[in-house]
Design a protein around this ligand. Sequence first.
Ligand SMILES: [Zn+2]
Length: 171
Amino acid sequence: MPLRSDWSQRPCPIARGLETFGDPWSMMVLREIFFGNNRFTAIKERLQVADTVLSKRLAGLCEAGLLERRKYDGGQRSRLEYVLTEAGADALPIFNALTLWSEKHLNPPSDQAHMYLLHRDCGQRSNSAERCEHCGTELTARNTSWHSLTRSEQPIPLDLALAGTAQGSAA
Ligand SMILES: [Zn+2]
């Protein structure tokens, strides 16, 4: 079920994309998944969001084909976590571009409120959403880390968010 009015039949691909990427909570949920924070309770805690809002976004992102549910062993019973599909992982440059644009044009609320993109293979920061500026390699969830200074002292690799990888961390 679409979250807003249905943009999916519009002639312009930018407009069609807004069906998925025009909703702030959906974007925030996807951000958490990229960071490897992929379980309901942990996402809820990080985003300080109501259960109903989060449930609706997770369901919508699964239905749109960006996320898939995966079972993990939660002790007494198996529980669900969320991982990126290929279509979800392909959204990385959108988030990278949003980060770079905000870093360039918006004043941060504090000195710590910055985020940097790193290519893990060469360890360099990039100011390009698509490619490592240092070595030219395409940035993907497999080879990229996000360094959010308010979140962690160390850059966080994004590959735990992918389907088919070992269990992600839900820190
Ligand atoms: Zn590089």
